[in-house]
Design a protein around this ligand. Structure first.
Ligand code: ATP
Length: 360
């Protein structure tokens, strides 16, 4: 595994990006934070479009006080919100153009068999002869992704690749991004300010605030630490074990993201396939508690939990709950409900989650 080491310090007007960290050499690391926190500047530094510090991928120095590999020589691929396709060429022409330039970056493009797998995964085989002006926004982004993957980059940088798409197109492209690991094993850096995207795609999360590192780590851990007010919640991960006839997917939770646990969730994830790894964000405000298992309720997800802690949060109480295999769940209740049920740390209760409240 080849980690990406960053030690950056640069100023742009009043803004200063100051960061000393390492990013995982595989999986998706999302760079997350409010507008203006420095996400794009960070990506541009790594891509060589801005200078300001040390960048090293494993033993390979891309930038230091003494030297800097020019942007067009760095062995990486970039996908921006604008697919940036060449308008006068068809899809095949755009892909060929990217492949031809891979050598400049010191990269060897994917061999034919793997290249075909990329095109299959992105459903591009039927579109190869199509002029790019006749592609939808979502299709254009799939071509941009293929063009990036075919050069077999050592690092893939995605800067808000969905933000120019409307929400229907976003939902269309997201499943493709979720499956990228089937054809690309290198590290992916994914810049976004959309939490729903980050939750679905990222393994690791790097949070920036005013140009500095606020937090970094496993997605579920960092999200649990972030204070998100009304959006406070947890991320549960699992494998889709069934797509049921009524459109609900059955997700078998994996306790630490790897080992299979015992709990299951039903959620609406129409695009997901059996075997897909999915994450569901469960907001604390969408979880209610009962002392006994209610079998006459419309709520489909009823999970046994242990109350770990209670903390006053504004006018409500935030409960940290543990599922039998150790996953964290949170519930936000009124003080009146907490008093009525006599809820205390250590109690075993039932957590109820409406399946519509789960965004896959
Ligand atoms: N060339 C520049 N000159 C002056 N200020 C700059 C320059 N480039 C970026 N900035 C400032 O640096 C800050 C970080 O910008 P950046 O685009 O990296 O943020 P971001 O987190 O990607 O924001 P967004 O989510 O809105 O894209 C902003 O305040 C921006 O105005």
């Amino acid at each position: 595994m080849t980690d990406l080491h960053l030690n950056l310090d640069l100023r742009r007007g009043d803004f200063r990006l100051q960061l000393n960290t390492a990013l995982a050499g595989q999986g998706v690391t999302a760079v997350f934070g409010p507008s203006g926190c420095g996400k794009t500047t960070l990506l541009r530094c790594i891509a060589g479009l801005e200078q300001g510090g040390e960048i090293r991928l494993g033993d390979e120095i891309w930038s230091s006080a003494r030297q800097s590999l020019p942007a067009h020589r760095r062995p990486l691929a970039l996908v921006f919100q604008d697919a940036g396709l060449l308008r006068h060429l068809n899809v095949q022409g755009n892909l060929d153009y990217g492949v031809k330039r891979a050598g400049k970056r010191g990269l060897t493009p994917l061999p034919a068999k793997q290249a075909r797998q990329v095109l299959e995964l992105l459903d591009l085989l039927p579109l190869l002869q199509r002029p790019v002006q006749r592609l939808s926004g979502g299709e254009q982004q799939r071509v941009a992704l293929a063009r990036a993957l075919l050069i077999n980059p050592r690092l893939l940088l995605l800067d808000e690749p969905l933000s120019a798409l409307d929400s229907a197109r976003k939902q269309e492209v997201l499943p493709y991004l979720r499956r990228l690991h089937q054809v690309y094993q290198g590290p992916i850096l994914y810049v976004s300010h959309a939490l729903e995207e980050v939750v679905q795609l990222a393994d690791q999360l790097l949070v920036l605030e005013k140009g500095t590192l606020k937090d970094q780590g496993r997605l579920a851990d960092v999200l649990a630490r972030l204070s998100l007010g009304d959006e406070t919640g947890v991320v549960l991960e699992g494998t889709v074990v069934a797509q049921e006839a009524d459109g609900l997917a059955r997700l078998a939770l994996t306790a630490d993201g790897t080992a299979a646990g015992s709990a299951e969730l039903l959620l609406s994830a129409p695009q997901a396939l059996v075997g897909d790894h999915l994450r569901a964000r469960v907001l604390a405000r969408d979880v209610s508690i009962s002392l006994s298992r209610a079998d006459d309720s419309s709520i489909l997800n009823i999970l046994p939990v242990r109350v770990e802690s209670l903390s006053q949060s504004g006018v409500s109480v935030l409960l940290n709950l543990r599922l039998p295999d150790g996953e964290l769940l949170r519930a936000r209740l009124t003080q009146r409900s907490v008093t009525q049920l006599g809820l205390q740390a250590g109690m075993s209760v039932w957590a109820q989650v409406k399946s519509v409240a789960l965004a896959g």
